[in-house]
Design a protein around this ligand. Structure first.
Ligand SMILES: NC(=O)c1ccc[n+]([C@@H]2O[C@H](COP(=O)([O-])OP(=O)(O)OC[C@H]3O[C@@H](n4cnc5c(N)ncnc54)[C@H](O)[C@@H]3O)[C@@H](O)[C@H]2O)c1
Length: 293
């Protein structure tokens, strides 16, 4: 058990994939976990979580819908009494290109930006005032992606680039070293994830006087339902072998939370395929003045 035992967390998108692993890792630390997801399977997760001796509750809902968000946040408060941790994980990927038909574009916008940006915005907006009022500090962790344009660590300034396997002349990866741009079929996904930087930097500053930290996990390829669907559920053995494991990413989340109120804030943490999945030292702030925090 760590300093996390007895705290209360909300994890969005917790039915499968990374969200389920984040929730399980938190429950194993003694954290009470409130879960939500579009998928009905989320309703089966509290039984798994309760096996760790914690309280757990779940709702089927859509993070892009304000009424659903309110239901989860109010319900968590009623069940647990406070909210110490928000893991804004729910996400959806879909291909979108610059010359898509308008109808498809509008539907994609609502779905991709609605989940990946609006959903995180709604949850943060609902939880931050509660954390401030309760005056116990807290942690908000947004889940972004490793694409250069979203993670805040452009590949040419990444301190790990010299040892990055994607940066070697022998690399078989067809493209620039990772972290990389998402490619031309991800404009909406990347726009939404990049938008998270706006929330990250502003919320980190707003939270600082209240001991509320705000950070982002910029995931690289990690085994999940989403990544498997990206490969039409038929990844090559080589591709699959290169993926990170959700359980390892979840341990990074735990290590980040265990830094406590004096730990880093306003940071993007990059998960690059080929590097050990661990909490690396904080980077110098790139887009915020130290004095702002
Ligand atoms: N796995 C990767 O390689 C990878 C890479 C980069 C970023 N990410 C990010 O990590 C997060 C988790 O992704 P994952 O790989 O576990 O995906 P996943 O598809 O396996 O799981 C995502 C979960 O979010 C839920 N969800 C989607 N839209 C929702 C909505 N509107 N409301 C409520 N729940 C919703 C899904 O039903 C699903 O259970 C996402 O934000 C994703 O963008 C993942």
């Amino acid at each position: 058990m760590t300093i996390l035992a007895g705290k209360n967390a909300i994890i969005t998108g917790a039915a499968v994939g990374l969200g389920r692993a984040y929730a399980a890792a938190l429950a194993a630390q003694g954290v009470n976990v409130a879960l939500c997801d579009l998928r009905e399977e989320v309703l089966q997760r509290p039984t798994e979580m309760q096996a760790h001796g914690v309280k757990s509750i779940a709702w089927q809902g859509d993070v892009s819908q304000p009424d659903d968000v309110r239901k989860v946040v109010d319900g968590t408060l009623a069940a647990f009494g406070s909210i110490d941790i928000l893991v804004n994980n729910a996400g959806v990927w879909g291909a979108s290109v610059a010359d898509d038909p308008l109808d498809k574009s509008l539907a994609d916008y609502d779905r991709i930006v609605g989940t990946n940006l609006k959903g995180e915005y709604l949850f943060g907006r609902a939880v931050l005032p509660i954390m401030i009022e309760h005056a116990k500090g807290g942690d908000i962790v947004n889940v972004a992606t490793d694409h250069m344009v979203t993670c805040g660590t452009p590949h040419n300034v990444c301190p790990n680039l010299p040892t990055c396997p994607w940066n070697q002349p022998t690399s078989s990866f067809d493209g620039p070293p990772r972290p990389t741009g998402g490619g031309n079929a991800m404009d909406l996904y990347d726009a939404a994830k990049w938008g998270l930087n706006g929330l990250l930097f502003a919320w980190a500053q707003a939270g600082k006087p209240h001991n509320i930290r705000v950070n982002a996990l910029c995931m690289g390829a990690t085994d999940s339902h989403m990544l498997r669907s990206f490969h039409n559920f038929k990844p090559s053995p080589e591709e699959e072998a290169s993926w990170m494991r959700a359980e390892d990413a979840a341990q990074v989340l735990i290590d980040l939370l265990n830094e406590g109120p004096t730990g880093r804030t306003g940071q993007n943490m990059n998960f690059c395929v080929g590097r050990p999945v661990k909490l690396e030292p904080p980077l110098p702030l790139r887009y915020l003045e130290e004095s702002a925090l």
